[in-house]
Ligand binder design. Structure first.
Ligand SMILES: NC(=O)c1ccc[n+]([C@@H]2O[C@H](COP(=O)([O-])OP(=O)(O)OC[C@H]3O[C@@H](n4cnc5c(N)ncnc54)[C@H](OP(=O)(O)O)[C@@H]3O)[C@@H](O)[C@H]2O)c1
Length: 285
């Protein structure tokens, strides 16, 4: 491995971290990738993180580990703060002299505008989004560091419950009907494309904020409709709903992302989700 750049990928047991590790031989062959799952290193064990960091001396950190589900963060705000903010802050501090990539979310926006660019004003509506925005601000104090804001990621995770397509299938298997909003918009993207784009970004020595999402703005209901064509288990299990009739915790109606800044750097086009599905739907099951 002499001469290769050693990189830590945290959250390697999760959806995107796993894709980064799997796709490294193809898109980042100059890197020696150390994928860290929670079992290998609990990022809230700050002393152990510091010890391993100093022992292994990575030259790049791609930080995917997080409490990534909004309802869990809402239910356990202290744990969300510890995991998403303090663990990030600690790791970014250890990585102060090297590039560091932090994964954030489209949900830092309140969804009243849509087609968000990197300079638009965030206004998080949930604990999850608040923790991500706080961590972003901490990470961006270092001009060498990168914040990648992504949207709904599709794919196949090792645990079978991380990608939005997996959550939908699991709900249906548990006998539920999916009520999907016709007026809540996102920019879905395959996790493999997210991983490819991040490998490209780090190889270009980029820094600052980048929006990384699919090229197509789709409502939750439209996402269900396109998936249904390829995932027969969803047939007859999707019903249209509207935010107008919803009375739970606040939900941003349109957090679609404008990814033009990143697209200029990429040698491949960010795909429209419905187009990508035509040749790749088998990767979701
Ligand atoms: N996937 C999306 O649609 C999406 C959208 C927007 C932003 N993001 C962001 O992108 C990043 C990657 O997302 P993802 O979908 O890959 O998330 P994920 O599948 O939930 O993976 C996150 C991983 O972090 C691990 N983790 C949690 N706490 C940890 C700790 N204290 N120490 C070590 N590892 C810990 C989790 O382990 P356990 O499995 O043991 O919990 C999990 O394997 C996250 O920051 C997420 O917030 C994702």
């Amino acid at each position: 491995m002499a001469g290769k750049v050693k990189v830590w990928v945290t959250g390697a047991g999760g959806l995107i971290g796993n894709q980064l590790v799997q796709l490294a031989p193809r898109f980042a062959s100059d890197y020696e990738v150390v994928g860290l799952t929670r079992r290998e290193l609990d990022l809230t064990d700050f002393a152990e993180v510091k010890r391993l960091f100093n022992q292994q001396e990575p030259q790049l950190v791609i930080h995917c580990a997080a409490m990534s589900k909004s309802p869990a963060c809402q239910a356990q705000p202290k744990l969300a703060q510890l995991t998403n903010v303090e663990a990030t802050w600690h790791l970014a501090g250890l990585a102060s002299e090297i590039p560091f990539v932090f994964f954030s979310t489209d949900l830092i926006f309140d969804g009243r505008k849509g087609n968000y660019v990197e300079t638009d004003e965030p206004n998080p509506l949930s604990i999850y989004a608040e923790t991500k925005l706080t961590a972003e601000k901490a990470v961006l104090k270092n001009p060498k560091h990168i914040v990648v804001r992504t949207s709904l990621n599709a794919g196949k995770s090792e645990s079978g419950d991380r990608a939005f397509n997996e959550e939908m299938i699991n709900s249906v298997r548990n006998g539920k009907t999916l009520q999907l909003f016709v007026d809540e918009y996102r920019s879905p993207i395959p996790a493999e494309v997210t991983a490819q784009a991040v490998w490209e970004l780090v190889q270009q020595n980029a820094s600052g904020i980048f929006h990384l999402a699919g090229a197509e703005r789709l409502s939750r209901f439209e996402i269900g409709e396109v998936l249904e064509k390829y995932l027969p288990e969803l047939n007859g299990k999707i019903v249209a709903g509207s935010l107008r009739d919803y009375h739970g915790a606040p939900r941003p109606p349109d957090t679609s992302l404008n990814c033009a800044k990143l697209q200029e750097l990429l040698p491949f086009p960010l795909p429209a989700f419905s187009e990508w599905l035509k040749g790749n739907a088998s990767k979701l099951v």
